[in-house]
Design a protein around this ligand. Structure first.
Ligand code: IVH
Length: 668
């Protein structure tokens, strides 16, 4: 049966629309249509392709995943070698290299400065706009053909917006947050986490089964080209064209001024943590492409480009000892004590070893030289030992068979060691810390040290006891005096009125984090309802699985836990339910402008919200107060125009203080 012309046209139209929507969604992060509308288009395309399979082409948006697993990757040759880059490791070396390039060129040179993405490089071969092959860098001449895997990456277009033949080169990267989530999952399964986003990206790309690659959130970011039908005059022009063809490509910084390059380098190094992708430096390229051939190549790298590396995120140091920390659920975590080492501007002296299974798989010994990494804001971790540097004096890490704190029985649950003693003092200390933490009761001044003292002195025997503490009790603690005891006492009184979801989170129910606590608060109008919920009731909630449901039921069945909750109420804890939580600042809307000395804006916002007020981002006539910090912005003029009262930072803090007092005195 011949395919009707209208169907062919509709299929083409659908594909074009889907490609466009994909581009806006994945490349530009700027969705043009709702998910539902998009799904509908895709569903329609699949329906037509099913009815007329002869219409299916490899570049159809429905064909991103589909190839079966391979036994191995075939080899493929690059038509133009993929070279590496020489490094400059500090400002002096950058200046030196810029000078040498100018000297070699014998003229004024314009540079194109791009971020250096820390991932794994890949070449995509397009013939007349259609992706035909994807090859890894390999040894620079021959790489591995990973086409089915590359096709699954959302930002690898199967078809370009123009029918050109071109080899596009770039970096396959994993966003930092996705990397952290992937690692969290691996750790929970007792598997070794990836050392950094680069290894995670490479490991995910090089899966023999493309369906696994498809599940990993990878991105492809363009930095160069091989053979190309289009002749480019400037690197910056190439990057612009790459974006027009449908790729993600950086917006480069173009300059002839060395000092601007240095300034740019400093700025990027300072802000690298806040960027979505791991960067290991900048790449500085001669912008004029015709100059490239004149400058030429060394055996492994071009003379017209180099990498300006940031401070390394991995260092080697000695593993001095392994200590075992007992958490609030009884899980015993191995923590490495290291010879202090500076990693990317931070002194690291401890690193997590995650759990006993990972510790065993790593095979570290006390006294070993180890590679330690600190990626962004992630807790430092030990990547591997360096067995070549062993002297014979290293000792195996002893695995505890008794709880290091209470001496109680230890069992292994999955990859974790666990102390089974529910009243282990270490568990209580960790639970108090959790109860007092920012997102729970937020008791200012109740940290690790005080929690430990409270348990040691026998002042707190269960979580409820925290709310019974008097100033006299606190004065018994070493290091506490009149003022500090009064402050902590007041902080505890203030914390007693707590939003429902934060109360749930504060209990420290295993596997109930903030997100789950919020879900529970939404679905069970009162705590009594939640305490009665069955596993089935809980599993009806989207986002709560059988394990979490079990943990919740088990927690509320436990007589000790029920009694503790009752006692909390006796000692004055009051849950603020969504529908009745009107604090002293209820109905008041605050806006902030300028820098605050007291605290980050997020903290100031929380202070307002805890007292029932709300915070807006911009000034409108509805706003009650504008809080003015240092170097205020245009919001100040706008507020003055509207006649909205302004508060200095001091006035704002005083208002908060007074509102808090009203809560403590019970007439909030
Ligand atoms: S240009 C011949 N630009 O870094 C020039 N490379 O250390 C080749 N990389 O193999 C490289 N971001 O995988 C270039 N903006 C960028 C880059 C970049 C990351 C990677 C690339 C290269 C490696 C060299």
């Amino acid at each position: 049966m011949a395919v009707p012309k209208e169907v062919k046209e509709e299929v083409e139209r659908l594909r074009e629309l889907i490609r466009k929507y994909d581009y806006y969604y994945y490349v530009l992060n700027n969705p043009l249509v709702s998910d539902a509308e998009y799904d509908e288009l895709k569903r329609r395309l699949m329906e037509l392709e099913q009815r007329y399979p002869e219409l299916i082409t490899p570049d159809s948006p429905t064909q991103k995943v589909g190839a079966p697993p391979r036994r191995e990757f075939p080899q493929a040759r690059h038509s133009v070698p993929m070279l590496s880059l020489d490094d400059a490791r500090n400002e002096q070396e950058i200046r030196e290299r810029l000078r040498r390039i100018r000297e070699l060129a014998g003229m004024d040179v314009e540079f194109c400065v791009e971020p250096k993405f820390d991932g794994t490089s890949l070449e995509l071969v397009y013939e007349k706009g259609v992706l035909v092959r994807a090859i890894t860098r390999g040894d620079g001449y021959v790489g591995e053909d990973v086409t089915p895997n590359a096709r699954t990456i959302r930002t690898v277009p199967l078809r370009l917006f123009e029918d050109v033949s071109i080899e596009i080169r770039g970096e396959v990267v994993m966003p930092k947050r996705a990397f952290q989530e992937l690692n969290k999952r691996l750790i929970e399964e007792g598997q070794r986490p990836f050392a950094n986003p680069r290894n995670a990206a490479a490991g995910s790309l090089m899966q023999l089964d493309p369906r696994i690659t498809a599940q990993r959130p990878l991105d492809f970011i363009v930095w160069g080209f091989g053979k190309s039908e289009i002749e480019f005059k400037k690197q910056s022009e190439f990057l612009k064209k790459a974006r027009e063809l449908g790729f993600k490509a950086p917006d480069p910084f173009v300059t002839k001024d060395d000092e601007e390059i240095i300034r740019h380098y400093r700025e990027w190094e300072a802000k690298r943590d806040s960027y979505d992708y791991e960067l290991d430096g900048l790449v500085i390229k001669v912008n004029d492409i015709p100059l490239w051939d004149r400058l030429g190549y060394t055996a492994r790298a071009p003379r017209w480009a180099f990498a300006a590396k940031f401070k390394p995120r991995e260092r080697t140091t000695r593993l001095l000892n392994v200590v075992w920390q007992v958490g609030r659920t009884g899980i015993i975590t191995p923590v490495a004590e290291l010879e202090p080492v500076e990693i990317g501007g931070v002194i690291v002296s401890r690193a997590t070893l995650h759990n006993v299974e990972i510790l065993k798989k790593l095979g570290v010994m006390i006294g070993d030289w180890v590679v330690v990494s600190r990626a962004g804001d992630v807790i430092p971790q030990i990547i591997k030992p360096i067995p070549e540097r062993r002297t014979g004096k290293e000792r195996p890490v002893p695995i505890p068979d008794r709880c290091p704190v209470c001496g109680g029985e230890v069992v292994q649950e999955g990859p974790y060691l666990k102390c089974v003693n529910a009243s282990c003092p270490a568990r209580l200390v960790a639970s108090i810390k959790h109860l007092a933490s920012r997102d729970a009761f937020d008791v200012e001044g109740l940290g690790d040290k005080t929690a430990r003292l409270l348990v040691e002195k026998g002042l707190v025997k269960d979580l409820a006891d925290v709310f019974k503490l008097t100033k006299e009790d606190l004065l018994k603690l070493p290091g506490f005096a009149e003022v500090s005891a009064e402050q902590l006492y007041l902080a505890i009184q203030r914390s007693k009125k707590v939003p429902y979801h934060r109360f749930i989170y504060a209990l420290g129910i295993p596997s109930v984090g903030q997100a789950t606590a919020k879900l529970l608060a939404q679905h069970f109008p009162r705590l009594e309802d939640l305490m009665k919920a069955t596993k089935l009731d809980l599993m009806k909630i989207k986002g709560i699985g059988p394990e979490t449901a079990n943990a919740i039921v088990k927690y509320f069945q436990d007589e000790h836990n029920r009694r503790t909750i009752q006692k909390m109420f006796q000692y004055g804890v009051k849950i603020l339910y969504e529908d009745e939580s009107r604090g002293p600042l209820a109905g008041k809307i605050f806006v902030f402008t300028g820098e605050l000395d007291c605290c980050p804006r997020s903290k100031a916002k929380k202070m307002v919200e805890e007292l029932g007020g709300s915070v807006a981002n911009s000034v409108s006539r509805k706003v009650t107060y504008l809080v003015v910090g240092k170097n205020p912005g245009s919001k100040l003029q706008k507020a003055q125009r509207y006649g909205i009262p302004t508060l200095s930072e001091e006035e704002f803090l005083r208002m908060i203080e007074e509102a808090r007092k009203r809560i403590v005195e019970g007439n909030g």
